[in-house]
Design a protein around this ligand. Structure first.
Ligand code: NAD
Ligand code: 13P
Length: 341
């Protein structure tokens, strides 16, 4: 049989866990080569540890599997693979696509685990579309209530694969990721799944502000409800194909809940509000996340650009307020004053 070869592009906190999940399955599934290459953005680690055995910086204490091979050369990492899994912070993806364009196999299928988007002059561009445009490949997405450190220690969670047309490809991705502790299902709504994963990071910042201001659980729940409503309305305005049912999948309400309870965006936003907005997100990210990256602050800016460009600011008071708080035009307390709708 023609066995598939998988490469994971990215090796941060979630990237490393994704490689671990996949590598546990390629050993068991006959249609996949055992080896999983993982592109590692080269950084000087003081210890000299081998990242393929353990990612000492982004996922310390967890063995990824002997069949995960860390490859620092991006072109070398991707050139033999026919299944590419993209999982880097979203701001690096355009550069990565440009570097590998024309250097991958013709039969490549891609999947993006990346929560974020780019805003171009023509309008917003989801990361899966960026991949399709630059590389000329079909791209599914996988999103869900997936705090990486919990999955790393094999606590049960669920995830959603979004696909465009080809159910068979989606099922192949499901087989590659699914384990007894990571239950994956597929829905035909790539835009809905990806927008859920992207937009909930903006709501998580709002939830973090509420935590930092010690406003309590009712306020936080209210902010999450308003946020979910804006997520749905924004997604449907951008893509009329987005399905209501997607918001009830793991990628929707479940991811919103876990991120607003335990995510990095929430954590840094809490610290931001506690400091009355006097310390910037860049500073807090560097200090609190040790190299891991926040996606919510840039996503809030990107969403704001879309809203102002299309004249939709008044329709999305929570999204707009989060960005204005992040850039210091409004104080953190305005999260409840201006978000009501
Ligand atoms: P991360 O936050 O750990 O980011 C650090 C990674 O970025 C490291 O691999 C680092 O080497 C790399 N990096 C730094 N500078 C770079 C550069 N100039 N070019 C390329 N790479 C560079 O990453 P992550 O947690 O794996 O997140 C990746 C994506 O997955 C994000 O979109 C995130 O929203 C999403 N996600 C994360 C989690 C989670 O719990 N961590 C869960 C679900 C989804
Ligand atoms: P944070 O980036 O806020 O940690 O969210 C992680 C996540 O996407 C969980 O599904």
């Amino acid at each position: 049989i023609n066995k598939s070869r998988v490469t994971v592009v990215g090796s941060g906190n979630w990237g490393s866990v994704a490689a671990k999940l996949i590598a546990s399955n390629t050993l068991k599934l006959a249609n996949f080569h055992d080896e999983v290459r993982m592109w590692v953005y080269e950084e000087v680690l003081p210890s000299g540890d081998k990242l393929s055995e353990e990612n000492v910086k982004y996922l310390p204490g967890i063995k990824l599997g002997n069949n995960v091979v860390a490859v620092p050369d991006l072109e070398h990492a991707v050139r033999d693979a026919n299944m590419l899994v993209f999982v880097t912070p979203h701001q690096f993806m355009e550069g990565i696509c440009k570097r590998i364009s024309g250097k991958i196999r013709e039969d490549v299928e891609a999947i993006s685990l990346i929560k974020g988007m780019e805003v171009k002059r023509e309008g917003p561009c989801m990361i899966s579309s960026l991949i399709t445009e630059h590389l000329g490949v079909n791209c599914c997405v996988l999103m869900g209530a997936n705090i990486a450190n919990e999955i790393a220690v094999e606590k049960f969670s669920e995830a959603t694969v979004g696909y465009k047309e080809n159910r068979e490809i989606a099922e192949k991705w499901v087989r590659l990721f699914n384990t007894p502790y990571f239950m994956v299902s597929a829905v035909q709504d790539v835009a809905g799944v990806e927008l859920c994963g992207t937009l909930k990071n903006v709501v998580a910042l709002a939830a973090g502000f509420v935590d930092g201001l010690e406003m309590g659980n009712n306020t936080k729940a209210a902010i999450m409800r308003i946020g979910l409503r804006e997520m749905k309305a924004f997604s449907k305005l951008l893509f009329s194909s987005v399905k209501d049912s997607t918001f009830f999948e793991s990628c929707g309400v479940a991811d919103l809940i876990t991120t607003c309870l335990g995510g990095r965006n929430r954590k840094c936003a809490e610290a931001f509000a506690r400091n009355g907005g006097k310390r910037s997100f860049d500073e807090l990210e560097a200090e609190m996340l040790q190299g891991q990256k926040l996606q919510g602050v840039s996503t809030a800016k990107e969403v704001y650009e879309v809203l102002s460009h299309r004249g939709w600011l008044e329709l999305f008071p929570l999204f707009a307020t989060v960005h204005e708080i992040c850039i210091g035009s409004l104080p953190p307390t305005s999260i409840v004053e201006y978000s009501q709708s």
